[in-house]
Design a protein around this ligand. Sequence first.
Ligand SMILES: C[S@@+](CC[C@H](N)C(=O)[O-])C[C@H]1O[C@@H](n2cnc3c(N)ncnc32)[C@H](O)[C@@H]1O
Length: 224
Amino acid sequence: MKKMNIEKMSDFFDKRAPGYDKHRELHITTYPELYITMAEKIPFSNKKMHVLDLGCGTGLELKWLFEKLPNSTFTCMDISANMLEVLTQNYSEKNKKITLVQSSYLDAEFGKDTYDYVVTVMSFHHLMYDKKLALYKKIRQALKPDGMFIEADYIVAGKDVEIDCLEYFTRVKHETGIENSYDYHIDIPLCKETQLDLYYAAGFREVTEFYNKDDAVGYLCSNT
Ligand SMILES: C[S@@+](CC[C@H](N)C(=O)[O-])C[C@H]1O[C@@H](n2cnc3c(N)ncnc32)[C@H](O)[C@@H]1O
């Protein structure tokens, strides 16, 4: 049997961090449009707001978020030390406004009623239903009552494709013998229907789609 080559999540992104920004620019069709569209949904504010960015990587989304929220503070969480290192270089002039946290968002505490915005771009498509649901609940608790969760991520066309991805995920887990698959880089994007079910199951009251192109979608989720 051919041995599957699965990389640990942090190793995967640590290796790719130096060329990550260039790769997005050259090969990702939704860049920068998706990021710009996402930022357009955020009303400009001079207030000091608190933003949590989960799976921030090199901070691509921050460029546009800073334009809308110039006096806000950003807590940027990522599992890859090298991605955070590139973020530090990219935003050296804004470092007083950025707190870096090198951690898995699955393990970290986010607090309660703390953030005006929780943002995540292209990061949660490695999570199975149960882990994603628990994470959405944690995000909801971390938001202020009028706060907003913004997620953009990869999506698959329908339930049948989603099931194929999940079967692949189960097979990889079985064949490689990895104990905690969440630490590994395996893509398991969900379909729109499942995504929406999870947001509502987590308790978000209002969910609005703000982007849908190629294999990417964006959602705004609020508690009110
Ligand atoms: C495709 S990159 C997206 C980075 C950035 N948000 C962007 O849009 O360019 C996914 C990021 O999520 C991070 N990531 C994946 N799983 C994670 C986890 N469990 N906890 C924290 N970060 C994670 C990776 O290290 C990587 O930097």
